[in-house]
Design a protein around this ligand. Structure first.
Ligand code: HEC
Ligand code: HEC
Length: 398
């Protein structure tokens, strides 16, 4: 609370002050968070970290700051902005690679991300080489509630996997084991369409270099696939040290600010739940959607009460599945056909759907599920029109 307000309460008589505090309390617990709000109940110090993080997340970088030589956007917020900062957008990125006759995937020029833009020097515009025979597009993933997802223990995710399909339901989720670039430890990835990172700091380092071309302690080298290092050096003359510098006053790097903002960003609150939506929720369960889109996971014990054993209503198991939509790209632990189950919270506020943005409606997104989800999808397509309407009403309340 601000100082003047606090003084005002102190001037009131004791019972009136008590009433004021009770009313204030009631108001703040009833007010739903809006997209872009910080997690409720964070400390004033955390709010300051959130504010600084938001500032950096929206800051537009220039080549003088280190943007490029190749990049996809000039701020995090250009792609993470709908319906509020931290959300998504309909901008898609391009990945490419090559699959040979034996079905083996190879990276061309040592990576799969082919940047959309370069600094104004055509020599540094990346080109997809003619040998590429797989080209994929990927939508941004919103980061609302990302700190809660980060706080879900690896064991919780591993406990849900069933790679051999022992229960015979046709669904074989598997945990994405990756090496975390921050700690160098083996962790279960959960961020990105391929579950390529386990922590927000690692994703921040990756995104700062790979989306914006800003080198940092976690990702120190410039990249522009297919552009020779000598040419790259011409468009981006080598400079002393990294482009992500520590702020003198706060001691924080850009990647720390991004991490703080995303960690403290609240999840999107549920929309109005009608009786039709409640019916639809039962169909979501009985049709088998919830086998992958697990309604609630819990965070583990945490020193910070905001993350300590909290329910996370994300509607995902965070496992890799083959639902027949794979983008043909091998990345981190994920194979060509695998995609991590996306969280469905905030679904009503985002379009288009699926990793490639190929589905305009929820109905279309569901009908695109094949592979491990075939039996579940068949239950959806064979349901009555009324049941489908209820299920879509439920999804529309998320
Ligand atoms: C050009 C658009 C673009 C820009 C700029 C961008 N992102 Fe993203 N973001 C994406 C896309 C696309 C994905 C999905 C990536 C994937 O899995 O291939 C993504 C995914 C993420 C995720 C994973 C969320 C989850 O739950 O899976 C995080 C975290 C993230 N971005 C953070 C950042 C940060 C921090 C910045 C700025 C340093 C940034 N992004 C800049 C497009 C962008
Ligand atoms: C076998 C696991 C599995 C089952 C079962 C499953 N899904 Fe999915 N779902 C996924 C995966 C994986 C994706 C991502 C596919 C992609 O983007 O290529 C996805 C994507 C979605 C999306 C799009 C989300 C977005 O952010 O774009 C919706 C909506 C959805 N599923 C709803 C459902 C509903 C409703 C059911 C039940 C009828 C269902 N799913 C059953 C795994 C599953």
């Amino acid at each position: 609370m601000t100082k003047p307000g606090g003084q005002e309460i102190r001037r009131l008589t004791a019972p009136a002050a008590l009433l004021g505090v009770l009313l204030l309390g009631a108001q703040s617990s009833e007010r739903q968070t809006l997209p872009g709000d910080p997690l409720p109940g964070i400390t004033a110090m955390e709010f300051e970290l959130f504010r600084m993080g938001l500032e950096d997340f929206t800051e537009v970088e220039t080549p003088e700051d280190g943007l490029g030589p190749a990049f996809n956007g000039n701020s995090c917020a250009v792609c993470h902005s709908v319906p509020a900062i931290g959300g998504m957008s309909s901008i898609t990125e391009t990945r490419a690679g090559r699959v040979d006759e034996t079905g083996t995937f190879t990276e061309l020029n040592g990576g799969t991300l082919f940047h959309l833009f370069s600094v104004p020097d055509h020599r540094c515009q990346v080109q997809i080489p003619p040998e590429a025979n797989v080209i994929a597009r990927r939508l941004p993933v919103p980061v609302f509630g990302a700190g809660l997802i980060e706080a879900i223990p690896d064991e919780t995710i591993v406990a849900m996997e069933d790679p051999e399909d022992r229960n015979g339901d046709g669904i074989r989720g598997r945990a994405a084991w990756i090496t975390d670039v921050v700690t160098n430890r083996s962790r279960v990835g959960r961020f990105g369409w391929k579950a390529q990172h386990a922590t927000l700091l690692a994703f921040s380092g990756d995104a700062y270099r790979n989306e914006m071309g800003i080198t940092n302690e976690l990702f120190p080298g410039e990249v522009a696939l297919g552009v020779a290092p000598e040419t790259l050096a011409l468009c981006a003359p080598p400079r002393k040290g990294l482009e992500d510098v520590r702020d003198r006053r706060s001691g924080l790097r850009g990647i720390d600010n991004f991490e703080n903002f995303m960690r403290l960003l609240a999840p999107v609150a549920r929309g109005p739940v009608t009786s039709l939506a409640r019916e639809g929720e039962l169909i979501f369960q009985s049709a088998g959607c919830a086998a992958c889109h697990v309604p609630v996971l819990w965070t583990g014990p945490h020193a910070n009460p905001a993350f300590d054993r909290k329910p996370v209503e994300l509607y995902s198991d965070l496992l890799l599945h083959d639902v027949g939509t794979g983008d043909g790209i091998e990345q981190a632990s994920a194979g060509m056909n695998e995609i991590r189950t996306p969280a469905l919270w905030g679904l009503r506020l985002r379009r288009p759907l699926l990793h490639d943005g190929g589905a305009a409606t929820m109905d279309e997104a569901i009908r695109r599920h094949g592979g491990e989800a075939s039996a579940v999808t068949a239950r959806y397509t064979h349901a009555t029109a009324e049941q489908r309407r209820a299920l879509l009403a439920f999804l529309g309340s998320l």
